[in-house]
Design a protein around this ligand. Structure first.
Ligand SMILES: Nc1ncnc2c1ncn2[C@@H]1O[C@H](COP(=O)(O)OP(=O)(O)OP(=O)(O)O)[C@@H](O)[C@H]1O
Length: 278
């Protein structure tokens, strides 16, 4: 999934940015919550964020009907994130760590604007590109070429800019042979290659990366990591979710450890990884 936002944007409003470009940011500046211009401005603010999912306990209309007649509950709620608060400054690289189901991807989706919080707030400042779900954001019936234009436009690039960078995008992805094939025939690794390549050829301020890199083969993963490091050296803000603890403690300076939807540690990544391994 690739997503995009400009200036301070509220998670609740950000989905509208998916199809908006820079020109709208002045309008939004007037209506979105802002931090004082004189303060050091974080790139990401998560304040008491809560995410609740509804769990269904029936599989069909018939089962739901029977459960209702028997006065049994058909749904329950589950808090995937409770009261999560953190602030990420420009240029920081942060690993979100935790066991399966601890809420890492949910938090990343709140930051990207794919999900909205049910309580608290999530704010981001600058352009956000998220590599969150392999293949999401791609239209299956369009070719790789058409999807490059579609995704790059969503990320805020104009046609001339995409034209100028198209060859570099395709070259980095190493799938030039298949660029005119409909992406429904792509493997997950091919999706990753194209999505990653588009994201890193766009001017972004915040890069969000979920486990997606793991579907790439090893040489491509190495190439992606080298590029992510370069982006970090250029001052971009990174938030990475991965179970590869050696990789994240090497790539990220800060580690945020989640346990059952709560932040239980926020500090240097090596200490976070040590705690994780205990
Ligand atoms: N759309 C959804 N509907 C219901 N429950 C969900 C939904 N998305 C996530 N959850 C639940 O929220 C919890 C946190 O999920 P999340 O994917 O954020 O965990 P994670 O830390 O990224 O896990 P993993 O390491 O396994 O990828 C899990 O229990 C998951 O089942």
């Amino acid at each position: 999934m690739i997503c995009f936002s400009t200036d301070w944007s509220h998670s609740a409003s950000r989905s509208r940015f998916l199809l908006s470009a820079n020109s709208y940011s002045d309008v939004w500046r007037a209506v979105l919550p802002r931090i004082s211009d004189t303060a050091v401005k974080p790139r990401i603010i998560v304040e008491n964020a809560r995410k609740t999912f509804k769990l269904r306990h029936t599989h069909s209309l018939k089962e739901t009907f029977i459960a209702l007649i028997r006065k049994k509950t058909t749904t329950s709620t589950f808090d995937a994130l409770h009261d999560v608060t953190l602030s990420i400054s420009p240029g920081e690289s942060v690993a979100l760590l935790g066991l399966n189901g601890s809420g890492k991807s949910t938090l990343l989706k709140l930051i990207s604007g794919v999900l909205q919080p049910d309580g608290g707030k999530v704010l981001t400042r600058g352009r956000v590109a998220g590599l969150i779900e392999v293949g999401a954001g791609f239209h299956p019936d369009l070719s790789g070429r058409e999807n490059v234009y579609l995704n790059a436009a969503i990320l805020g690039m104009g046609k001339d800019e995409i034209d100028a960078r198209f060859d570099d995008i395709v070259e980095f992805s190493e799938i030039s042979e298949f660029i005119d094939t409909e992406v429904k025939h792509y493997s997950s690794g091919m999706f990753l290659r194209l999505a990653f390549s588009v994201a890193i050829h766009t001017e972004v301020d915040i890069l969000l990366v979920d486990e997606v890199l793991s579907v790439g083969d090893e040489p491509f993963q190495r190439k992606c990591l080298a590029r992510i490091r370069e982006l970090h050296d250029q001052g971009k803000t990174l938030v990475v979710v991965s179970h590869d603890l050696n990789m994240v403690s090497d790539l990220c300076e800060r580690g945020v450890l989640l346990n059952k939807g709560r932040v239980v540690f926020d500090g240097d990544s090596h200490s976070a990884v040590e705690l994780m391994r205990r």
